[in-house]
Design a protein around this ligand. Sequence first.
Ligand code: TXA
Ligand code: MG
Length: 307
Amino acid sequence: MTPQNTTVVSFDQQGIARAAALILAGDCVAVPTETVYGLAADATNGQAVARIYEAKGRPAFNPLIVHVSTLEDAQALAVFDDAACDLARRYWPGPLTLVLPARPGSPIAPLATAGLTTIALRVPAHRAMRALLAACGRPLAAPSANASGRISPTTADHVVASLNGRIPLILNDGATHNGLESTIVAVDAAGRRLLRPGPVTAEDLGLVPTQSDRIEAPGQLASHYRPKKPIVLNRTAASAETWLIGFGPVAGDASLSSTGNLVEAAARLFACLHEADASDRTTIAVAPIPFTGLGAAINDRLSRAAA
Ligand code: TXA
Ligand code: MG
């Protein structure tokens, strides 16, 4: 990616306006939450979400946490049963993330949920993140604002150390309160499961922490959408029974990006896989994707799907 100037601004009306303008233009911005600093982008814009991965240099796509202002906003994106409502009323706004069945037809970009039928949602308490959500008027996807493989940032200086030159703006509002990523609980028909321990403890939740050492780790196979049909990679042509996903000069039945743009390709990846799976062909082929920049994460995802 091309290096850019990273500006640090303080949390005030002007800072929020600047951050919101960047996000509405499809960029990503570092912003504090009560847990850690997040790297936020418009969760309904696939290319904006792709820029998060690009900035972090993440070699794989993990589903991201989607942040919203209120429980009502969250209910527009996911199906809440009684147990989920109860948790939300007790801990939101706050450092608890709920993984719930996504509402079909929700505007969230497939890349934000890694193509899953579930979605991770959180209503944060921090004034800066809340002001940014209000100013943007849309859900914000945000992983921790650190380069891949580095520890989560709890100050603006940590973000500078990790992402300087890779993002346009950091909103500085001092050190975060919790200093630890949010607790993640999945709620479904099978009950409640603690996926990641955090500031809201297993004792608080009344959950037995049997899963606490078995976090559904980033990049874990089972937590990603996997096509049902066999996939082959690096093909420039395919038989009549095969749905070819194109890229650049390879047109295919549908293209990840006809101009060979990796940000666009990342944004379209899961939608293209779903489309190929739903087609009348028996197998899927994918055009060669370069391994540079976001291409590494796209190839990682594809090779897992093909394994
Ligand atoms: O405190 C936090 O949660 C911070 C702040 C910025 O909100 N965010 C954060 O995001 O820690 P991140 O991307 O570093 O961690 C998100 C975790 C990942 O481990 C991911 O696998 C899990 O959430 N996750 C997201 N969606 C999921 C889903 N549908 N099912 C299971 N796990 C999911
Ligand atoms: Mg992280």
